[in-house]
Design a protein around this ligand. Structure first.
Ligand SMILES: [Zn+2]
Length: 291
């Protein structure tokens, strides 16, 4: 079974070195040290779809990503990064990239976007600057230290008598359906967020929420938590401010969608999206139960 997208970077993040400035200078000077090339926040790929790396020069604005074997990997802190900007073209690049490269680039993108959004202290409003080798920002005025945030998002399939619920948002490409998703709110468990989102967006009451898999999603810094829940009934009451349509699809339909069959009831989400992983895992479970 394929791992979720943006996972499997295989890097030793070596957190203990992030505060050791002498050690970091020595790492930058190593012959095997490499610097990730970015075009603003987007990946730069060679002719074979691999990330492009260059030699590292000593400079203040570096993010230490960790070790790939013995090689220290760095990413640039992109000064001109425009927060929130995501060109759809990056999704085409992702389709070319190996899972490992996507994971490494995803971490660099997420961190850069966090830096771009946190130039000023949330406590006193003064300017902040990067520290901990790019894994934090410190306020020069009040001394507060700020650390990269990860926003939990639940993404889920409701399951009812051998069918699962998929839905489409108006901005999706034609034919595309995916799992429902939403941010976890303060004061809420994962299970409660799953149940609330399914009720709010589709009017579907669920129980028995179970965790399936997770993935970091670097637009800008979510942790997608994929779950399956048991629906009490299959009536749908759609929230049309969020969704254009929602349908129940059986195993044959899900298998056809994942296989890219033109006769499938919908166009599956791309392989690097965890909705694809979620549909594939549900499909594999159903096949095991059937066999
Ligand atoms: Zn401050």
């Amino acid at each position: 079974m394929r791992a979720p997208g943006f996972t499997g970077a295989g890097i030793d993040r070596a957190d203990q070195l992030r505060i050791d400035e002498a050690a970091l200078r020595a790492l930058v000077a190593r012959a095997e040290a490499r610097l990730l090339q970015l075009a603003e926040l987007d990946p730069v790929l060679d002719g074979e779809g691999r990330l492009v790396w260059s030699a590292v020069e000593a400079r203040a604005d570096l993010i230490f990503l960790g070790f790939d074997g013995g090689a220290p990997l760095f990413a640039p802190l992109v000064a001109a990064a425009a927060p929130g900007r995501r060109a759809w073209s990056v999704l085409r690049l992702l389709a070319l990239m190996s899972p490992r490269d996507a994971a490494i680039w995803g971490a660099a993108r997420s961190l850069n976007e966090w830096h771009a959004r946190h130039g000023f202290c949330g406590i006193c409003g003064a300017a902040t600057s990067s520290f901990r080798a790019g894994w934090g920002r410190r306020c020069a005025s009040c001394g507060a230290e700020h650390f990269p945030r990860v926003d939990p998002v639940v993404i889920m399939l409701a399951e009812h008598e051998g069918r699962v619920l998929v839905a489409r948002q108006p901005q999706y490409p034609p034919g595309r359906y995916s799992a429902l998703a939403g941010f976890v709110e303060p004061g809420e468990s994962i299970e409660e967020a799953v149940a609330r989102e399914l009720m709010e967006e589709a009017g579907v009451a669920v129980s028995d929420v179970r965790y399936v898999a997770s993935q970091p999603w670097p637009f800008p810094g979510s942790l997608m938590i994929a779950c399956i829940a048991r629906a009490e009934a299959d009536a749908i009451r759609l929230d049309t401010t969020e969704l254009e349509d929602a349908i129940w699809v059986d195993l044959a339909g899900i298998e056809a969608a994942l296989a890219g069959d033109p006769q499938a009831p919908f166009l599956a989400p791309p392989p690097f999206a965890i909705a694809n992983t979620l549909l594939a895992r549900w499909s594999a479970e159903q096949q095991r139960e059937r066999d």
